[in-house]
Design a protein around this ligand. Structure first.
Ligand code: ADP
Ligand code: MG
Length: 831
């Protein structure tokens, strides 16, 4: 680094001398730094330092600093560089000692995210700037303005370009004779230019050409492009690809792609031509040309990090070839092979990262082993007014086996609404409490927390020899032999004094089970011996919440519950750091919710049907149309809908409105009123609570049902049918597309959430499936989460590799290790 430091110092001192006007180097200091940084960072071996360096340089904006701030900025820059150089020296020295082990293949939870990783120290012997880090501006024709546009697409260097895959290809590979052309898309000819000239059809300055081959002539017209007349010459031999239209009885190519037929490989015509995602101001032709140059020049040199045995076993194509073929495929089969390889890589790295993260926390601290008291368990199960289903039993066994281990459990319990997850969780909690630990049960909303509190205490009640109701929603049960078992509810509603009394009790061990919302993971919440935590409705809580629960007490066992049916492979991928138990069997006698998809003209009868149910003292949900713009717009639309329903359709009934713009307290109060039967109809945007239990609600009307996914519709539908009365779900769709029609037919016929989820995944991407915000999925460019066979393959190989060489220390895994640490900081915390 010292040489580059000298260079930087020289530039800075000149810049100061010239009065900090950003005139010391041509192009400005920021640009100088962009080129300087990869060279300078070549000497930094330590990952943390590297990322600090990148962050600092990335955030440095000299051109944008006011004149007064510039001298100080320059000083900071020098200081920073010197400090790093000193650190680098220490690192290098320690690396030389034979004892210094390999870097650990674990992922820091807070690993900084950076896009560009400069060359590592190991490569310092080779030229400092790895060719993949070469900035886009190094290419002819890429101006700073173009670079800025590329940056909008996340492209800054060669590697980014190589991994900027086409959205699709157009097939211009079949060459036709002019005489055999007919109107239609994707046609290609090879022809001579007889005549080319500017023209102005409809006043638009355009170019027209007459092209011919041995079978005939055809006209080509390029609208709004007068410049072509200067690029194409009479007598040129061209390849023309595009749409042929009939115009006044004559065939014409409409603004086709064109290319001179030379010795070189075709780029824009006569082949499978890539169509790249663009941004304003980038031209398809220019980008394609750049891509061809980059792919030809750099793809062959890509290092294939995938171990040979995996490639062989899975018959995967080589990386250089795959990247090249993904852009400019020779034919469809080779494109498919390329996509398969690249998709495999994405999913494989995802799995490795997830496995590494799982190990990182599992190894961080041993967890307390909890042994189930079989006698008490039997008593609990026998006390229930029903028999556990086979799936409940199996899940419970899996959980209890986890609790016994000294590695903290991290398990996802998946099961449809009403499949009986809460019972299973309660049994496990009871075992933990009986073994002398505290347990926490966290729900996403206060209403749900209250609901859990009621059902859990009701279950414990049956078991208790004696029960006592204490202050501040604390209940005492005589279940555990030598002391009362205490359960408390902590929600925002309670008085502050009550809450702090409960917190004190939790802290000194006076409470065994605490049920509540996010409040449970706040700093002020301290446990004496937290042994197990249950989190309901996973998708509302992310990794961070799980993390903060883990930090309370000594690495508690964690059970996450979700009612969202997710196909198994997908669940394992998304929540790869969780083990999975599935309750795939509903308790016997569950009713089928009669589902009808109505035609728009049947709206009147839908309202009439709701009134009939209301007359029988039942309640109804009306789900408002999905409005995508924003929550505010959505709320406004819902309000309008609510007003008109109230004034015009249901004037004699009590209606409530629920939307995302209400505060948590307002939402709770509306939901509470509905639950208590003080409202007849709840009009709601799609925010309607998952898991809310209103047994008296028997009918639901979903507006513009065609715009929701199947899984979501199924979730909505699960709000009814919670009681003993027959329940109904009506779907309205104004103008459904063909796909929507197919979907609505599926939901009419199917009650199985897993089947619906699979269907959903087939029809829509995972982003939509989970809602983009919730998924936090890394950017999968080639893989689709519906690629189940590839997913399974990637998971198997990742698991195998992880078992065989967990730290990727074997020489044959060096390249893989390097690639993994390059990729993983980006993928970040997403599950
Ligand atoms: P989930 O949390 O999965 O939505 P719950 O645990 O709340 O489901 O159970 C829903 C309802 O079904 C509760 O009233 C519960 O008492 C009842 N239940 C649970 N398991 C069974 C079973 N095996 N047989 C009959 N009813 C059950
Ligand atoms: Mg539930």
């Amino acid at each position: 680094m010292s040489q580059s430091l000298e260079k930087l110092k020289a530039v800075i001192s000149l810049e100061k001398k010239k009065g900090c006007l950003d005139t010391a180097v041509i192009g400005g200091l920021d640009k100088f730094l962009a080129n300087w940084a990869p060279e300078a960072s070549a000497g930094i071996a330590n990952r943390t330092q590297l990322s600090r360096f990148n962050q600092f340089i990335g955030a440095f904006n000299y051109a944008g600093s006011p004149a007064a701030a510039r001298p100080a900025a320059l000083d900071r820059l020098i200081e920073f560089a010197e400090e790093l150089e000193a650190a680098a020296k220490v690192t290098v020295a320690s690396k030389l000692s034979p004892e210094s082990g390999e870097p650990d293949f674990t992922v820091a939870e807070s690993a900084p995210k950076y896009r560009r990783k400069p060359v590592s120290a190991k490569k310092a012997a080779t030229p400092p700037v790895s060719s993949l880090e070469l900035p886009v501006t190094a290419f002819k024709g890429v101006s700073d303005a173009t670079a800025a546009k590329l940056k909008k697409l996340g492209i800054e260097n060669v590697r980014d370009l190589l991994y900027h895959f086409p959205a699709r290809h157009v097939d211009y590979s079949h060459t036709a004779r002019i005489s055999s052309l007919s109107p239609g898309p994707d046609q290609t000819i090879v022809a001579n230019v007889w005549e080319v000239r500017p023209t102005t059809p409809g006043g638009r300055r355009s170019t027209e050409a007459i092209l011919g081959d041995e079978t005939g002539n055809i006209r080509a017209l390029w609208f709004n492009n007068p410049y072509l007349a200067r690029q194409i010459k009479n007598g040129d031999r061209l390849v023309i690809s595009g749409r042929v239209s009939a115009w006044k009885g004559m065939l014409v190519f409409e603004s086709p792609e064109w290319e001179k037929l030379e010795e070189k490989e075709l780029v824009h015509t006569g082949r499978l031509v890539p169509v790249y995602p663009l941004t304003a101001g980038l031209y398809p032709r220019a980008l394609r040309k750049l891509m061809k140059e980059v792919v030809d020049g750099f793809a062959p040199a890509l290092e294939d990090y995938l171990p040979a045995d995996i490639k062989e076993r899975r018959r995967l194509a080589d990386l250089p070839q795959s990247v090249a073929q993904a852009h400019f495929p020779a034919h469809e089969p080779s494109y498919n092979a390329a996509r398969m390889r690249l998709a495999f890589d994405e999913l494989f790295f995802l799995q490795l990262g997830v496995l590494a993260r799982k190990r990182a926390w599992q190894h961080s601290q041993p967890a307390a082993s909890i042994t189930a008291d079989q006698a008490l368990l039997t008593r609990f199960v026998d006390s229930l007014p029903f028999k556990l289903t086979g799936a409940q039993r199996r899940s419970l066994d899996e959980i209890l086996a986890d609790l016994k281990r000294t590695e903290a459990m991290s398990r996802l319990l998946q099961g449809e609404v009403g499949s009986g997850k809460t019972v299973v969780a309660t049994a496990a909690i009871l075992m933990a409490v009986n073994a002398g630990f505290q347990a926490a049960f966290m729900a996403p909303t206060e209403i749900l927390a209250e609901q859990h509190f009621c059902s859990v205490t009701a279950m414990l009640d049956r078991l208790a020899v004696q029960k006592q109701q204490g202050e501040h929603s604390v209940s005492y049960f005589g279940i555990v032999p030598d002391r009362p078992l205490t359960v408390a509810l902590l929600i925002g509603d309670a008085k502050e004094s009550g809450k702090s009394a409960v917190r004190d009790l939790v802290r000194n061990g006076g409470i065994d089970l605490i049920i509540g919302t996010h409040a449970l993971i706040q700093k002020s919440m301290k446990f004496k011996r937290l042994g197990m935590a249950v989190i309901d409705e996973q998708h509302r809580f992310g990794v961070e919440q799980r993390q903060s629960l883990r930090q309370k007490g000594s690495n508690p066992h964690i059970l996450v519950m979700t009612a969202t049916p997710i196909p198994r492979t997908l669940a394992l991928t998304l929540y790869g750091d969780l083990d999975l138990s599935v309750i795939d069997e509903l308790p016997p006698g569950r009713q089928i919710i009669k589902t009808r998809w109505l035609k728009p003209e049947q709206r009147g009868s839908a309202y009439a049907f709701i009134k009939k149910q209301l007359a029988m003292k039942q309640q109804a949900f009306i789900v408002c149309p999905l409005v995508e713009e924003s929550e505010a717009v959505q709320a406004r639309a819902a309000k309008a809908e609510y007003e008109s329903l109230k004034m015009e359709v249901f004037p004699e009934y009590r209606l409530g409105l629920l939307h995302g713009r209400l505060t948590a307290a307002e939402k709770d109060s509306v939901m509470g009123a509905f639950k208590d039967g003080k409202l007849d109809i709840l009009v709601s945007t799609p925010v309607i609570e998952v898991g809310i239990d209103v047994p008296n609600a028997t009918v639901m009307l979903i507006e513009s049902a065609d715009r929701f996914g199947l899984s979501q519709l199924h979730q909505f539908r699960g709000r009814v049918g919670r009681g003993t009365e027959q329940s109904y779900c009506m779907l309205l769709a104004e103008n459904p597309s063909e796909i929507a029609n197919a979907r609505l037919e599926v939901i009419e016929k199917t009650q199985d959430g897993f089947i619906l989820a699979e269907e959903d995944l087939k029809l829509r991407g995972p982003g939509e499936f989970f809602g983009t915000r919730q998924s936090g999925l890394p950017d999968l460019k080639m893989a689709k989460l519906s690629d189940v066979p590839i997913l399974e393959m990637a998971r198997e190989e990742a698991t195998r590799l992880f078992a065989e060489d967990p730290k990727l220390q074997k020489p044959e895994h060096r390249a893989l290790y390097k690639e993994l640490i390059r990729i993983w900081p980006q993928t970040g915390e997403w599950s």
